[in-house]
Ligand binder design. Structure first.
Ligand code: ZN
Length: 124
């Protein structure tokens, strides 16, 4: 089982309402009491529920459908701000980001050289 607070700290706030939903589901399904793992994987949110209380194949089917739904939703939701996003595979770790958040992330990796470094002595 992974603590919700830890997941909220590890993943961007654009996904926080989905993380809340992932945990709230464990309070509604009697055969699903724990979230086993929530992580970023290939730029999407992977949720895996604990299987210890399953008694029928239908319950497994329901959990798989829920896990798949979280993955598909987060392929289109910016992890940072929650707006429409795309998977950005050019980053060191693939993330789903909107254009603005991607630009911020990209500029962190490719800083613009300081103007001071480009200045030549001035000839009067
Ligand atoms: Zn964003």
């Amino acid at each position: 089982m992974i603590e919700k607070e830890r997941v909220l700290n590890n993943l961007g706030s654009g996904w926080h309402s989905l993380i809340e939903t992932a945990y709230a589901i464990t309070e509604q399904l009697p055969f699903c009491k724990d979230v086993y793992i929530v992580e970023r994987r290939h730029g999407m949110m992977r949720v895996i529920y604990s299987r210890t209380d399953l008694t029928t194949p239908e319950q497994e089917f329901i959990l798989k459908a829920l896990e798949y739904k979280f993955e598909r939703l987060t392929a289109k939701i910016c992890e940072e701000c929650g707006l429409y996003g795309l998977r950005r595979t050019e980053l060191p770790e693939t993330k789903t980001l909107c254009t603005k958040c991607y630009a911020i992330e990209y500029s962190k990796l490719h800083p613009v050289p300081s103007l001071v470094a480009n200045q030549q002595p001035q000839i009067v």
